[in-house]
Design a protein around this ligand. Sequence first.
Ligand SMILES: Cc1ncc(C[n+]2csc(CCOP(=O)(O)OP(=O)(O)O)c2C)c(N)n1
Length: 375
Amino acid sequence: MDTKLFGEELKKLGFTFFSGVPCSFLKHLINYAMNECDYVAATNEGEAVAIASGATLAGEKSVVLMQNSGLTNAVSPLVSLNYPFQIPVLGFVSLRGEPGLSDEPQHELMGRITTQMLELMEIKWDYLSSNLDEAKQQLQRAKTCIEHQQPFFFVVKKGTFATESLKIEKQRTNVNVKKVNRSREDQLPTRWEVLQHINSLKDEQTVQLATTGKTGRELFEVEDAPNNLYMVGSMGCVSSLGLGMARTKKDKDVFVIEGDGALLMRMGSLATNGYYAPKNMLHILLDNNAHDSTGGQSTVSHNVDFVEVAASCGYTKAIYIHNLQELTDQINDWKKHKGLTFLYMKIAPGSKKNLARPTLKPHQVKERLKVFLNG
Ligand SMILES: Cc1ncc(C[n+]2csc(CCOP(=O)(O)OP(=O)(O)O)c2C)c(N)n1
């Protein structure tokens, strides 16, 4: 199939935001996306799904591209972000290891179970036709699904897309311009105190995305508001959701409130965030050195210098926060001089007693946030 003509059809239907991890079967479609659309290269397929989901919330129709081996990496956000929040993305997943064709041994099992995995995840799918007219009709069905807030995936066989050359890919290097390391005693406030502080500093264009577990639950109790999203599942995906959102909604300020366990789970996201560097994203890590939400089991965060990691990933600013006053000062400063910023703060373990859970369903939280974002 002529990749350009298919890409133009996608564009015509409004699909202009892409994120993914390459597969040779999808190379030409990826080249089209890189040439003609907004393509965010993710470090893993789950991250790509979260980035595309952030862009979807911000009002774009979004596409994810992945090899079927990477569908496994995407399971967590597909089942615990896209499903409960009803965030639709259009997926193209290659079919390496197609039964009956010779391929590498590492693709054999996945080739047999790719469509079963999609079925298990209750994702509607179809084999993408290599006939352009048929494919256009299939796209209509996919679009209808997306409009009903459900993801749709095309399974792409070898040789489906004709050659589309990559125009010159410009790579830039983002350098960290400000790094502040630890220099005094930590105040170690509770997460509850920190969230109250952050929440009190929001203004009418602030979105607050709270990571999986008690962070979201505490933020809900601090104040339930339309500009909040409580990430109930998809641990580790919150900053990727933020990246997709910040990149597509530049008139909003995206505050990402992250936990150490979650960030460690998908630390590759720091590299992607640092490269794409949305100016309107403030990434705040609350490090209690524990999986507090699941009983306080230790993480290895004490052995990681996150300020150094974020700085070396290209975050414009990476700042160690020792106390609540510094947190206030830095957030106020950020509002005046934006730029992708990482604020690192050690907090005390533990959470508020008798903590409630959001009373709204995730998809209601999403609908409310979409209205906030898109008017
Ligand atoms: C993929 C995945 N694995 C495990 C869990 C269970 N889980 C929910 S919250 C949480 C701990 C998160 O730790 P951290 O990010 O440090 O935040 P804290 O709980 O300390 O606030 C875990 C392990 C999950 N939701 N998803």
